[in-house]
Design a protein around this ligand. Structure first.
Ligand SMILES: [Zn+2]
Length: 79
């Protein structure tokens, strides 16, 4: 009798949030973005998302929540 055992081991599962925040560019404080570029540490975006800014933010569309908050902030400041 043949016994074929297929074991699939997943090493260090990577959770990818498809189509979510990670597909967006977020607004954050410029100082934080600069620091993250050096340290590689994640920062907190305007919308509250903790993420590591991409070196090419143009690759992703702008996070709608960040855009909204940024425009609200801008509107308040110009008043
Ligand atoms: Zn955002």
């Amino acid at each position: 009798m043949e016994s074929t055992e297929v074991t699939q081991e997943v090493e260090g599962e990577i959770f990818l949030d498809e189509g979510d925040h990670d597909r967006f560019s977020h607004y954050a404080r410029k100082a934080d973005i600069v620091e993250s570029a050096v340290t590689g540490k994640p920062i907190v975006a305007l919308c509250g998302k903790v993420w590591v800014p991409d070196r090419n933010p143009d690759r992703f569309p702008l996070c709608p929540k960040c855009k909204e908050l940024f425009e609200q902030k801008k509107a308040k400041e110009s008043r």
